[in-house]
Design a protein around this ligand. Structure first.
Ligand SMILES: Nc1ncnc2c1ncn2[C@@H]1O[C@H](COP(=O)(O)OP(=O)(O)OP(=O)(O)O)[C@@H](O)[C@H]1O
Ligand SMILES: [Mg+2]
Length: 225
């Protein structure tokens, strides 16, 4: 699905403020935003590594449009590009994008050329669009599409990152009491690096006993780390 985007205004100065860490990624994306000519960015990484958060923030850029890899048809993407002429095209889960649609991206990203058939006439236009995309894996993407991106691979969080990010998300967004947030982040760090696990525990648990009992249920083995 192609969603509404921002039509006007300046680049929000607080872009990425809610994303903890990832300083080099933020720096790279700012460089791309400020580059005179498009450098498309692809983020590849494990679940809950803030990829969608980044794309959500980029959808706040003026003349930005957000789309899901699984959600557009071939005609839809070309029509959409020509009608809206987005300065930034944000594609989450691009690894789920059908091959037929990836072909539209090939020419958009290389030359800005978008072509479509309209009333049996071939309509061709050139637009300037920077693509920001994310995927869990890139082995289903064409090599030639990947080559058009500056692609970066996000690593699983370290123990310290996991604890800090989980604790902060629990306390701020999830309104979990600081003591319980610290306990959940610390205990879970022995078993997982997935911030969503911490969020689930934060939503389900009111006491330390709740946390310990659910830990046994979810992670019956000794722990991964
Ligand atoms: N660095 C971070 N700063 C703040 N919140 C984070 C960070 N990393 C993960 N989170 C939180 O973890 C959850 C998952 O993040 P997000 O949806 O961006 O992950 P993702 O990389 O898109 O994962 P997936 O590959 O499963 O789609 C969100 O609630 C997000 O706020
Ligand atoms: Mg995501």
């Amino acid at each position: 699905e192609i969603e509404e985007g921002v039509e006007e205004g300046d680049i929000p100065p607080d872009l990425f403020d809610f994303i903890l860490g990832h300083e080099k990624v933020k720096d790279l994306i700012w460089k791309s935003i400020n580059a005179e000519r498009p450098v498309h960015i692809l983020m590849v990484g494990p679940p809950a590594s803030a990829k969608s958060m980044f794309l959500g923030e980029l959808a706040r850029l003026p003349f930005s449009r957000f789309t899901l890899g699984g959600g557009t048809s071939k005609a839809g993407l070309a029509d959409f590009l020509l009608e809206f002429r987005p300065r930034y095209l944000i594609i989450d889960e691009i690894d789920k994008m059908p091959m037929t649609e990836q072909s539209i991206l090939l020419s958009l990203m290389e030359s800005g050329i978008v072509a479509r058939l309209k009333k049996r006439m071939r309509e061709i236009e050139t637009i300037t669009t920077t693509v920001f995309a994310a995927a869990n894996r890139d082995n289903t993407m064409w090599a030639e599409l990947k080559s058009r991106f500056f692609d970066i691979h996000l690593k699983e969080y370290s123990e310290a990152d996991f604890v800090n990010i989980s604790r902060a998300v629990l306390m701020t967004r999830e309104k979990v009491d600081p003591g319980l947030a610290t306990l959940i982040a610390g205990l879970l760090s022995r078993y997982t690096r997935d911030v969503r696990d911490a969020i689930h525990f934060g939503r389900l648990c009111k006491t330390e006993e709740d946390v310990r009992s659910l830990l046994q249920l979810k992670f019956p083995s000794k722990g991964l780390f």
